[in-house]
Design a protein. Structure first.
Length: 150
């Protein structure tokens, strides 16, 4: 071992791993990815419908975990909201919204647009308030301009 100190050893290992990753050529990465993809698709074709359904549930659970939701809480919220976004009310694919704390605190389900919008405002109510004031100001300004043009 080049370093006995655990912190120095970890840093050394990180640098070594990064160096090895950089040495792989793009073609090699593509070749490996294609081989894995081919093997996976061939294996997936042999699965029974039950195995495919079980895998789908497993993937859904894995995707929900970082947001603090469980599959059961997600389904419960979906039923309560009747597949409508909690902000805009559209019927669309629902995404689990959560407060960015540690651990994450689940909130409601949102459509992609509203969920992304909140993310762009860093879940900061003050920024959302200022954006609303901006929109109201310019809407009023534009309505005055169009009424004077007539």
């Amino acid at each position: 071992m080049p370093h006995k100190d655990p912190l120095k050893r970890r840093e050394y290992n990180k640098r070594w791993a990064q160096k090895k990753r950089n040495q792989r050529s793009l073609e090699e990465k593509k070749r490996i990815s294609a081989a894995i993809s081919k093997r996976w698709s061939e294996q997936y074709k042999t699965w029974t419908p039950e195995q495919k359904a079980e895998y789908a549930v497993k993937c859904k659970r894995r995707k929900l975990k970082p947001s603090g939701h469980t599959l059961e809480s997600f389904e419960e919220a979906r039923c309560l909201q009747e597949d409508h976004c909690a902000i805009c009310g559209k019927v669309a694919k629902m995404y689990a919204d959560h407060k960015h704390t540690n651990p994450p605190a689940p909130r409601s389900l949102l459509c992609l647009t509203c969920n992304a919008g909140l993310g762009q405002f860093y879940d900061n109510p003050e920024l959302v308030r200022r954006a609303l004031e901006y929109l109201v100001f310019h809407e009023a300004k534009n309505s005055r301009n169009t009424s004077t043009e007539r």
